[in-house]
Design a protein around this ligand. Sequence first.
Ligand code: UTP
Length: 300
Amino acid sequence: MSVQTSSGTGAFRTAVVPAAGLGTRFLPTTKAVPKELLPVVDTPGIELVAAEAAEAGAQRLLIVTSPGKDSVAAYFRTDDELVKTLESRGKGELADKVRRAPGLLEVDSVYQYEPKGLGHAVAQAGPALADDEQAVAVLLPDDLVLPTGVLARMAQVREEHGGSVLCAFDVPREQISAYGVFEVSDTGDDDVKQVHGMVEKPAPDEAPSTFAAAGRYLLDRAIFDALDRITPGAGGELQLTDAVALLISEGHPVHVVVHRGGRHDLGNPAGYARAYVDFMLQHPEYGEDLRTWLNERLKD
Ligand code: UTP
């Protein structure tokens, strides 16, 4: 489903993908390879997220990267030589795969020179927006939200309620302390809640709800002004959630769409392994073999 682009509605043109972090949980690999380029089967996580943004109607991907991670934006450039070589060798299917990422949407990048947190990374995108862009989507490239489609739903909710819209998962209470948790009240729609606050990693009996934050945001342009006004929070970093909390305290409407689906966290080896196996098992070429091998392996 595609979202109409016009200011003052739920629409957005630009999808910001913060990819300037250090990726410490994937060291030593991330010394040389950005974690956003690690493959899920054969495709980097950031391409899966770019495809999701394009499907939701985004026209431009704005990658926030760092000088040491230029390969992330480079991945989206066309490579005519490689395509020609593959085609001349009769490998048309591979040529199609190579063409896929550059063909998804227009791609630009901005630098975050120091990894001062997610809020700071998103702030770098502000000056790169056109004057008439009233909202911007933010997608964390290490968070796969499945099936895709939640951004389009979030755009509808912004159209209805205004303000900013985030994405939540309903998590079993005993697991809630791993997440940022929303304090919410009901709306007429079971899958849409109004947000009154957020608590980071609460104990299960202190969690204000079981709705945990996921890496999809549809933010009103007011977020950039709020990002300018917050001070470093947890870990000495500028936190995006602190800027959202500031907006809430000033009466800015914030809602969440509760996504009833799956999720993979590609940002750490354990979550990445699950995502890789999950995608492999569904793969028409590799799935069957892997399933047979895994069944044998698990008998040991
Ligand atoms: P993460 O916290 O998952 O990424 O941030 P990280 O900091 O790179 O990973 P670890 O914790 O050291 O292993 C979520 C997303 O936000 C980006 C990251 O690149 C990642 O895609 N990010 C984070 C930035 O762009 N800048 C930052 O300062 C922090």
